[in-house]
Write a protein that binds this ligand. Structure first.
Ligand code: SF4
Length: 468
């Protein structure tokens, strides 16, 4: 068992039986479900929209080398600068270099899961650069010194009362525990920071190959302020984010909104083609895009799991996953939790340390059924398990368990035996993982075979006329 697997088991055990945590998550996800059902109605033919989106994302991955080069040449022609980073360390160093070159000591950030993936905030902090999250959910999580809980809704597990207390403790702000008042307080606190910051760091929802642009989708307008006011704008994006054409946004923006938050379209959608041009009033003087690999090409080498790179990070698979709903986002200890995280994290981080996540699924298929780009998530979880088992020598206790099972299952006398010994075996093998909070299932006093034999009516022999 890897060390992360042990930590995962402890965290899940604690969260799964935390009824208050479950109540909050269920409440948030119920709200999402209502909006999501309403949002879906904007699509005349949703299955066709999903099929088309899945096709475009797979086409983008198949032509990744070509589309990335096309995107880069257009973006550079527009005055942007592109940096290819192989891993988290390289990306962080490059960002620090840009900030140092521009004498920046304070940056504003809009929501970016890739920046979480590379541990950017901590890295900047150790290099004496203050990085301030401006998305409300991320701002709350940063204040509380916690990573995001969900890729779309980072503070989903916190109540309004929690946030009001946090603002009081960390910002000395007294506010009603009311969404509008809390947002207003956060807005007041953040507004001047955009003006003071020397640079902004954002993610990108999509890279648009044909016009060399990035697309950012958000609800609070904070990304727009980040990309309009500071002199330097640094975008950090995974290299799988490419879409062939700006025209594809007509499908992907409504799809991302409906599956991400249940909206028909998010409130602010920006397409940025480069730094500010002559005669333009807003925008940065310099714009950089860091294209991050960090394990993505390793995942691309996995067939068929590579298709998981088609993900548009809407978070819908987490919202329907019975495991996520019970153990919550933090238990996964991964930037990408839930079903999609369980598929990709082993390939994007240390494989042996993270493969246990592929077992955090009931394989019910709810994730696959909801995914807007039709990624076969539960099948890929099975492929991950199959890969792991084919490469791993079973431990002594596994060997013993399967040998006892095999011998027993092949003996009719044992299968027909009373429940006592069977109950003992089940209790012995499952007691530690199973029975602390639940009763161990009990074997029936009579096996199915015994019941069948005792209830079966004798078959009448059909006698032919000749025999008579
Ligand atoms: S795998 Fe599908 S459902 Fe899950 S986050 Fe990605 S696009 Fe959304």
């Amino acid at each position: 068992m890897s060390s992360k697997s042990g930590i995962f088991h402890k965290a899940t055990e604690q969260k799964a039986f935390d009824t208050e945590h479950r109540r909050r998550i269920t409440h948030s996800l119920d709200q999402y479900q209502i909006s999501h059902e309403a949002g879906k109605e904007q699509f005349a033919k949703l299955p066709l929209a999903r099929e088309r989106a899945g096709f475009i994302r797979r086409k983008s991955l198949e032509g990744l080398d070509r589309y990335l080069i096309e995107w880069e040449s257009h973006f550079k022609r527009n005055g942007g600068k592109v940096i290819w980073a192989q891993n988290a360390a390289e990306a962080c160093e490059q960002i620090l270099g840009i900030l140092r070159k521009n004498h920046v000591t304070k940056v504003v950030k809009s929501k970016s899961m890739v920046s979480e993936e590379i541990g950017l905030n901590n890295y900047l902090k150790t290099n004496n650069i203050h990085s301030l999250e401006t998305d409300l959910g991320e701002f709350i999580q940063q204040l509380d010194n916690e990573p995001p809980y969900h890729i779309v809704n980072p503070a989903m597990h916190k109540s309004k009362e929690d946030v009001a207390q946090l603002f009081q403790a960390k910002l000395n702000i007294t506010s009603e525990a009311h969404a509008a008042s809390l947002s207003e307080e956060a807005r007041k606190h953040l507004r001047d920071e955009y003006i003071d910051a020397g640079a902004a760091i954002t993610g990108a929802n999509f890279l648009l190959a044909d016009i060399g642009a990035i697309s950012i989708t958000e609800n609070e307008g904070n990304a727009r302020l980040c990309t309009s006011i500071p002199k330097v704008h640094i975008v950090i994006a995974g290299l799988e984010k490419i879409l062939p054409s700006v025209n594809d946004l007509s499908l992907f923006l409504p799809l991302l909104a409906t599956f991400g938050t249940g909206q028909k379209i998010t409130a602010a959608n920006s397409i940025l083609t480069g730094p500010r041009r002559r005669n333009e009033l807003d925008g940065p003087e310099e714009m950089y895009v860091i294209l991050l690999d960090n394990g993505r090409t390793d995942l691309l080498a996995q067939v068929p799991q590579r298709e998981a790179l088609a993900c548009i990070k809407c978070g819908a698979c987490m919202n329907v996953c019975p495991v996520y709903k019970n153990i919550g986002g933090h238990s996964y200890d991964s930037t990408y939790p839930g079903p999609i995280g369980a598929v990709i994290t082993p390939f994007m981080q240390d494989y042996n340390e993270n493969i246990h996540l592929s077992y955090a699924s009931t394989l019910c298929g709810a994730c696959t059924a909801v995914c807007p780009v039709n990624i076969d998530l539960h099948k890929f979880l099975l492929y991950n398990r199959q890969k792991f088992m084919s490469e791993t020598q079973p431990g002594q206790s596994d060997k013993l368990m399967w040998s006892v099972w095999k011998r027993s299952a092949m003996k009719r006398s044992f299968m027909n035996g009373g429940g006592g010994f069977k109950n003992f075996l089940v209790k012995y093998f499952f007691f530690h993982n199973w029975s602390k909070h639940r009763s161990v299932p009990k074997a029936a006093p009579k096996s199915f075979n015994e019941q069948w034999m005792s209830q079966r009516k004798p078959v009448k022999k059909v006698v032919s006329e000749d025999e008579e």
